[in-house]
Ligand binder design. Structure first.
Ligand code: GDP
Ligand code: MN
Length: 380
């Protein structure tokens, strides 16, 4: 789950990472009073779950409350790379002497958290990595040993920060970023830019914070931060029904049991010349209610023209899945063609159950490739 900048900054604040004072606003009037409360110059910042807001005109420096209201009117409703701005973060403006970059994320190859730090912040980090890889200091944290203060010093010296007070402040922020990463089960904590003010203060001017969805059950306060208006309605429905679903762009609705088989199903549809509409994993169970829930989610997508059910019965029994399919069809008056491939445990009984039901839109295919070809034809 990605957090908005202001939410990430709230978590930063909780672990002691310095951030500027700010207020949330959803209307120009609110932006005005927020600016008036904060006093002085403020930055009006679009809150969207994507980066590059500055370049897209989503960040404006306002001299006073009047100007904040004007900018708020401009920015609200703006479309930034497909994200419509509905919230603004009004923040006390900071004076910037230098912009650095600091992040902590997972290096899946090394199976360890990875720090990246450079004094060339403010721009795309991918660009820094490409153009001057020497300027980017990388350092892994051993998850068993945990974080050690010497690691912060190595990052700071490695990047060539020479001023003593700056070194101390950054080293402290490096440690606190690790606290935030661990405490909130983050997948990514990024500060770009981490700024140094003309008076030598270091603080986080931006935040990018991603929390592991699988850990949200133990962070109620973070789970509540989710903006339901900003999530894909199909994926929101899937989450509500505990269906493992990812929306894709094609016409063949795909359903498998187990993540591996479901991914192969997506592949085989493509191989057969079609375009999968989604990834959907029924999981190991495949009971009737699970099938009903999954079909409800898949058929809510108006692009879907045929459904390919690919079941390999291991622990899941094919007869159980067959009954689930029939129950689902009984409950939801589905007219879309459905191609079912059943194999494995109790496959014959499953096929017999489906054949006896003699539903007009239901076809059973013996192999995965056959079934895929059939589904692709039917979706054409
Ligand atoms: P992003 O473009 O989505 O990454 O948004 P950021 O929050 O990183 O802001 C982009 C840029 O706007 C920063 O790199 C700064 O140069 C500028 N900016 C943001 N806040 C302030 C501020 O308080 N004062 C000044 N002077 N510039 C700011
Ligand atoms: Mn930024």
């Amino acid at each position: 789950m990605d957090l908005y900048e202001y939410q990430g900054k709230e978590l930063f604040r909780q672990v002691g990472i310095p951030v500027a004072d700010g207020r949330l606003a959803t209307t120009p009037e609110e932006a005005r009073s927020a600016a008036a409360e904060l006093g002085g110059r403020v930055v009006v910042k679009a809150q969207v779950l994507t980066g590059g807001r500055g370049k897209a005109g989503g960040i404006k420096l306002a001299a006073d409350a009047d100007e904040a209201e004007v900018y708020a009117r401009e920015i609200l409703g703006l479309d930034i790379r497909g994200h419509v701005v509905r919230r603004l973060w009004i923040e006390q403006a900071s004076d910037i002497e230098r912009e650095y970059y600091l992040s902590l994320t997972f290096d899946r190859g090394e199976k360890k958290p990875l720090y990246m730090f450079t004094t060339q912040g403010g721009m795309d980090i991918e660009q820094v990595a490409q153009k001057s890889p020497g300027a980017l200091v990388r350092l892994h944290v051993d998850p068993l040993e945990g974080f050690n203060p010497w690691q912060a010093r190595r990052l700071v010296y490695g990047a060539g920060v020479t001023e003593a007070s700056e070194q101390k402040q950054i080293a402290s922020i490096v440690g606190k970023l690790h606290d935030a990463f661990v405490r909130f089960d983050a997948m990514l904590c990024e500060i770009n830019p981490l700024i140094v003010t003309p008076t030598g203060e270091v603080k986080a001017l931006d935040s990018k914070f991603t929390v592991d969805d699988n850990a949200l059950y133990r962070h109620a306060e973070v789970a509540e931060m989710r903006d339901l208006d900003a999530t894909d309605p199909l994926e929101a429905l899937a989450r509500e029904k505990h269906v493992t679903y990812v929306k894709l762009d094609g016409e063949v609705g795909v359903l498998g049991n187990g993540a591996g088989l479901s991914m192969s199903t997506v592949d085989v549809v493509t191989f057969a010349g079609g375009r999968p509409a989604n990834f959907c994993d029924l999981g190991g169970g495949g009971d009737a209610q699970g099938v009903v829930d999954a079909l409800e989610v898949i058929t809510r997508d108006p692009q879907v023209r045929a459904i390919f059910f690919n079941i390999f019965g291991g622990i899941t029994r094919c007869d159980e899945v067959a009954r689930g399919i029939l129950q689902a069809l009984g409950e939801m008056s589905l007219e879309l063609p459905i191609v079912v491939r059943l194999d494995g445990t109790n496959a014959e009984e499953g096929r017999r159950i489906l054949a006896e039901a003699a539903a007009a839109n239901l076809r059973v295919s013996p192999t995965m490739l056959e079934a895929a070809k059939r589904a692709v034809e039917l979706a054409a």
